[in-house]
Design a protein. Structure first.
Ligand code: PMP
Length: 394
């Protein structure tokens, strides 16, 4: 009964794993869940208070399609102050989460069979989103030696006359790698010279540990002109369930996205938008506290990772993930279609630890661990991974 298009889509691995974990927990099993991409913090107080006030004052009617003006004004201020890039209110479109912002952008730009370059490892939803928007995902394998960051050489080899968009996720889910300004500049230059649009998913932008974060559109006026910036409240304000995100782009694109959104969802829930407005009013102070906790966790975990036998990893400089290279153990799983799925299933079934198989991100040699959870659980999870690795080798 369903379309060929939907049949070509793989269900979200991470959502499937969460469902499996929930089922095991409901059966009374104690699971260490390191699969979740969700901050273990709560909505900032100012966000909750503003949302409650909005309900009490009946601010519950339809409003403007691209989002409440006070919220978009605050986003403009945030982008200027924190990210050093100046947009106007009409260049912002608020959406139901960054997911919705990305599919809005893809739908507004792509004609059937247009190509989107996606560097691998990638966030699991990108290729499926591109397919849903009638585009063709072009997966580009990047090098571990460069922390899996895209280079101009790799990009130039991947483009054709159908390529329209290059997707850059910075900081990266799943690797935690962060691009420097020097790494971004030649990529931007290349995109400008080849009429390519950059879809910059900067949703983890505030979670950046070792160097100040550089937002792609802040690099130059021309970079801003060709970039659709995606950001949201799920990670930067720990507001996953409110479903709030946005795009910032040139006016031609923001108008197109707004037209589309007008037919699809009108706008995200007004109450969620007021919560976002409150959270932004509170500023990034709350977030600085969260980032310092994530950073402490990362710094505690790295020495433990170094002790894991024959396990490599990408140097995590942002987001809250670890991407572990288990290729040395692949040979023990020769009779399985996917090494990372078989390994993760065994880890969950026999050691009660949930992590995400690398195949979900386009690299079957790896697994992804999230440390957006209590550090004791992460440490215990890593011990159990070591136990399984030692067992496999025997
Ligand atoms: N982009 C990336 C890279 C993500 O990791 C996620 C969430 N896991 C999203 C976008 C979607 O976020 P949201 O909750 O705002 O839809």
């Amino acid at each position: 009964m369903v379309s060929k298009k939907i049949k070509s889509i793989t269900p979200s691995f991470t959502i499937n794993i969460s469902a499996k974990v929930a089922k095991l927990k409901s059966e009374g099993k104690e699971i260490i869940d390191l699969s979740i991409g969700e901050p273990d913090f709560m909505t900032p107080n100012a966000g909750k208070i503003t949302a409650k006030e909005a309900i009490d004052h009946n601010k519950t009617k339809y409003d403007m399609v691209p989002g409440l003006i006070p919220l978009r004004d605050s986003i403009v201020k945030k982008l200027e102050l924190e990210n050093h890039v100046k947009y106007s209110t009409s260049e912002i479109v608020v959406s139901s989460g960054a997911k919705n912002a990305i599919t809005n952008a893809l739908t507004a730009i792509l004609d059937p069979y247009d190509e989107v370059v996606i560097p691998a490892p990638y966030w699991t939803s990108y290729p499926e989103m591109v397919k849903l928007c009638y585009g063709v995902p072009i997966i580009v394998q990047t090098d571990k030696s460069n922390d899996f960051k895209l280079t101009v050489k790799q990009l130039s080899e991947a483009i054709t006359d159908r390529t329209k968009i290059v997707l850059i996720n910075n900081p990266s889910n799943p690797t935690g790698a962060v691009y420097s300004k020097e790494e971004l500049e030649p990529l931007i230059e290349f995109c400008i010279n080849h009429n390519l649009i950059i879809l910059a998913d900067e949703i983890y932008e505030r979670i950046c540990y070792d160097h100040p974060f550089v937002s792609i559109p802040s690099i130059s006026e021309r970079a801003k002109e060709i970039t659709i910036l995606v950001n949201g409240f799920s990670k930067s304000a720990a507001m996953t369930g409110w479903r709030l995100g946005y795009t910032a782009s040139n006016i031609e694109i923001s108008k197109a996205i707004s037209t589309l959104q007008g037919h699809l969802i009108s706008h995200p829930s007004t109450i969620a938008q007021w919560a976002g407005y409150g959270a932004l009013k509170e500023g990034s102070e709350d977030m600085k506290h969260m980032v310092s906790i994530y950073k402490n966790r990362r710094d505690t975990i790295l020495p433990i990772l170094n002790q894991l036998e024959n396990v490599g990893y990408v140097n995590p400089q942002g987001a809250f993930y670890l991407f572990l290279d288990l290729s040395a153990y692949k040979k023990f799983y020769n009779n399985h279609d996917s090494f990372s799925i078989a390994f993760c299933n065994q880890l969950l079934d026999e050691h009660q630890v949930a992590v995400v198989p690398g195949i979900a991100f386009g690299n079957d040699d790896y697994i992804r661990i999230s440390y957006a959870t209590k550090i004791e659980l992460v440490i215990e999870g890593l011990h159990r991974i070591q136990e399984l690795l030692s067992f496999i080798k025997k």
